[in-house]
Write a protein that binds this ligand. Structure first.
Ligand code: ZN
Length: 384
């Protein structure tokens, strides 16, 4: 009863309650001392069930408000070896994850009654549970936990087939990973990690081996991880850049409302995003999902016009990416002109961009940020 009382208190507590500590474990009285005990779990609207049992793990718990309208709180628990410093933070890390995902993006209240982080060896997601390895780097530990918890929505809430369409869940978890990472650590740290972990490994080729993202995962013969994680994640972020945050979220909610628990396939995603945004996105989805493209833009030509400058940007790699045109004027001042992927709508091989200015331009550099360029040497123009 003593431990049940602590568990019940955690259901309304923001701060972490230590349900079973090292001392409690040493006393060996946490469960009723019968020859055998039986536990019964009940779950509804769950695509799969996983269970972990330990006779030597600490057990922490708290809860977090995920649905403001319904005043619904979700239980947040962790089970781990006492010596794992990172896991002592996991209840609060997970509270932050559930809060952020519920209130920002995807912006759908966490759909299950509970989440538990269990120390294991997998870095793997399950409905209502993540199994993470012990990490000595707390920043990386939080990032992995954020990623695995993000899978709550894709694939579990939606019911996507992760074996056939890995990009429909890993691509999203990777996208939420950088978005929540930006909130936690700032844009530069989140971008740097994403570049190093999700883009650098494939952006320099060999490009002739690229396969379209739409390729069913079992048939991908090269760069399976890139097709599952980095490339689709960039497509989701490119779409967000093009539609803007509000319209992107609105369209995403149409997709999630239409298809949660109904096992959507890629075409359900495409159609829902088109319906939800009210835009014809066929060209965009064709560009990102049905081609063996990569990222390489080329600042081919800069012409002076009466109102400023015209930039001719060739798309060598093919993907419809956003980028910044960073302009340095002759007077030493600088200005950034952001271009969303809409610049590729009419002609996916050539974008013509007008920059309005009365000032003399000294140089222009195109910078895609996390949309890393395979060849940055052709991204710069300097006035004669
Ligand atoms: Zn994942």
């Amino acid at each position: 009863p003593e431990f049940v009382k602590k568990l019940q208190a955690s259901f309304t507590s923001d701060s972490t309650i230590h349900i079973a500590t090292v001392q409690d474990l040493a006393n060996k009285n946490i469960t009723t001392q019968n020859a055998t005990n039986t536990w019964t779990w009940t779950a509804t609207n769950i695509s799969d069930v996983t269970c972990a049992v330990s006779n030597h793990y600490d057990w922490d718990a708290a809860s977090v408000l995920v649905d403001d309208k319904a005043h619904r709180r979700v239980a947040v628990q962790a089970a781990f070896a006492d010596g794992s410093e990172d896991f002592h933070h996991y209840v609060q890390f997970a509270r932050n994850s559930l809060d952020w995902f519920s209130h920002n993006l995807p912006g759908v209240p966490y759909p299950f009654p509970k989440t538990t982080s269990v120390q294991g060896f997998a870095d793997m997601e399950y409905p209502m549970m993540v199994n993470d390895s012990h990490e000595t780097d707390l920043v990386f530990a939080q990032l992995v936990q954020d990623h695995e918890i993000a899978h709550t929505y894709f694939p579990f809430y939606m019911g996507t087939n992760e074996s056939r369409y890995a990009f429909m869940d890993e691509g999203w978890a990777t996208t939420f990973e950088i978005l929540i990472g930006t909130a936690e650590r700032g844009k530069k740290a989140a971008d740097d990690f994403y570049k190093q972990f999700r883009v650098t490994r494939w952006i320099h080729g060999p490009h002739e081996k690229e396969q379209p993202i739409i390729t069913p995962s079992p048939d991908v013969t090269f760069g399976a991880g890139n097709n599952a994680y980095g490339k689709p994640s960039l497509s989701y972020l490119a779409l967000k850049d093009m539609l803007g945050d509000d319209l992107f979220k609105k369209a995403l909610h149409v997709y999630m409302a239409n298809w949660n628990s109904k096992h959507p396939i890629p075409w359900d995603y495409f159609n829902s995003m088109k319906a939800g945004s009210g835009k014809n996105l066929d060209w965009f989805f064709y560009n990102w999902f049905f081609t063996p493209y990569y990222i390489d833009i080329d600042l081919d030509k800069v012409d002076k016009t009466s109102g400023g400058y015209t930039l001719s940007v060739k798309n060598i790699g093919g993907f419809a990416v956003p980028f910044d045109a960073n302009v340095t004027y002759a007077d030493g001042t600088t200005e950034t002109f952001h271009q969303t992927p809409i610049v590729w709508e009419k002609d996916q091989k050539l974008a013509v961009i007008n920059i309005k200015t009365s000032k003399e331009v000294k140089s222009i550099v195109l910078d895609g940020g996390i949309f890393m360029d395979a060849n940055e040497k052709d991204n710069k123009w300097v006035a004669n």
